[in-house]
Design a protein around this ligand. Structure first.
Ligand code: B1M
Length: 212
C-alpha cells in the first residue's frame, strides 16, 4: 500500500510494527497535525464503524487505540508550537473525561493542541467525578473547565455535572467547554446552555476547543 493508506490501515488493523518508520517517512511529506487529521483519524473512524456494526470485537478496538496513541506520542514532538516564546501562559484549563467513561484519545489531543498553543492544561485523566474536577479547578485557579466524553451516557453525566456546579453556586466562576462524539452542538448550546447558569460551549474538535 502507498504510505498514507498503509498508515491508516495500521490504525484499523492495530499493527504497531514499523509504525515509527512509516511516521518518520510521512513527516517528510506533511506536518504532524495533518497526518493525525487526514490519515490517523480516518483509521479511528473506520474502527468505530466496524465496531458499531459488529464487524470488530472490543480487544481489537483496544489494539487500534493503542497504535493511535503510540502514533500521536511519536508525532507530538514534531507538532508546531505556536506560543509567543515569552513563556507567558495564556490561561489554564482543567480537562477530564467524565465519570464512567474511559475514552481519552480525543481529550489527549485537545491537551496537546492547547499546550502547544500557550495554555496550561491540567489533564486529570479518565472517569473523573465532578468533585475531582472542581477541586482541581479551584486548586489550579483554572479559567475554564473542559469535559470530554464519548458515550451517550456521558452526555447525561455532563448535564448532571453542570447542574452540580449550579447547585454549588460556582457556575459564574467556571465557563465550561464540552466535547466528544456523542454530543451535538444543539444539545450543548440550546439544552445545556439553558440549564447552566454560567457559560457552556460545544467544541466539535480540538481546534474549536482552542478557538473557544
Ligand atoms: Co468505545 N465506544 N467503548 N472504546 N470507542 C465508541 C465511543 C462508540 C461510538 C463505538 C461504536 O459503537 N461505534 C461506542 C459508544 C456508543 C454510545 O454510547 N452510543 C463505544 C462503546 C459502546 C464502548 C464500550 C461501552 C464497549 C464495551 O465495553 N462493550 C466501552 C466503554 C467503556 C467506558 O468508557 N466505560 C468502550 C471502550 C473502548 C476502548 C477502551 C476499546 C477504546 C478507547 C481507548 C481510549 O480512548 N484509550 C474505544 C474506542 C477507541 C472507541 C472508538 C472506536 C474511537 C474513539 C476515538 O478515540 N476516536 C469510538 C467510535 C467513535 O467515536 N465513533 C468508540 C478518535 C478521537 C480523536 O475522537 O474522542 O471523538 P474523539 O475526539 C474528537 C472530538 O470529539 C473532540 O476533539 C477530538 C478531535 O479533535 N473532542 C473534544 C473530544 N473531547 C473533547 C473535549 C474538548 C474539545 C473537543 O474540550 C473539553
Amino acid at each position: 500500500l502507498p504510505l498514507f493508506e498503509r498508515l491508516e490501515r495500521r490504525i484499523v488493523d492495530g499493527e504497531r510494527k514499523g509504525l515509527e518508520t512509516d511516521l518518520d517517512e510521512a513527516l517528510q511529506e506533511k506536518p504532524a497535525l495533518d497526518i493525525v487529521n487526514d490519515t490517523l483519524l480516518n483509521g479511528m473512524r473506520t474502527v468505530g464503524e466496524l465496531f458499531g456494526s459488529g464487524q470488530m470485537q472490543l480487544p481489537f478496538v483496544l489494539q487500534s487505540a493503542e497504535v493511535m496513541k503510540a502514533a500521536v506520542a511519536h508525532l507530538e514532538p514534531h507538532m508546531e508550537k505556536a506560543d509567543d516564546g515569552s513563556g507567558n501562559i495564556k490561561g489554564t484549563i482543567v480537562l477530564a473525561t467524565v465519570k464512567g467513561d474511559v475514552h481519552d484519545i480525543g481529550k489527549n489531543l485537545v491537551d496537546i493542541i492547547l499546550s502547544n498553543n500557550g495554555y496550561s492544561v491540567v489533564n486529570l485523566g479518565i472517569k473523573q467525578p465532578i468533585n475531582a474536577i472542581l477541586e482541581a479547578a479551584a486548586e489550579h485557579d483554572a479559567d475554564v473547565i473542559g469535559m470530554s466524553g464519548l458515550l451517550v451516557k456521558s452526555t447525561v453525566v455532563m448535564k448532571e455535572n453542570l447542574e452540580e456546579i449550579n447547585q454549588r453556586g460556582l457556575s459564574a466562576r467556571w465557563p465550561v467547554i464540552l466535547g466528544g462524539a456523542a454530543l451535538t452542538r444543539a444539545f450543548v448550546e440550546d439544552d445545556l446552555a439553558e440549564l447552566y447558569a454560567g457559560e457552556v460551549r460545544y467544541a466539535r474538535d480540538a481546534f474549536e476547543g482552542l478557538r473557544l
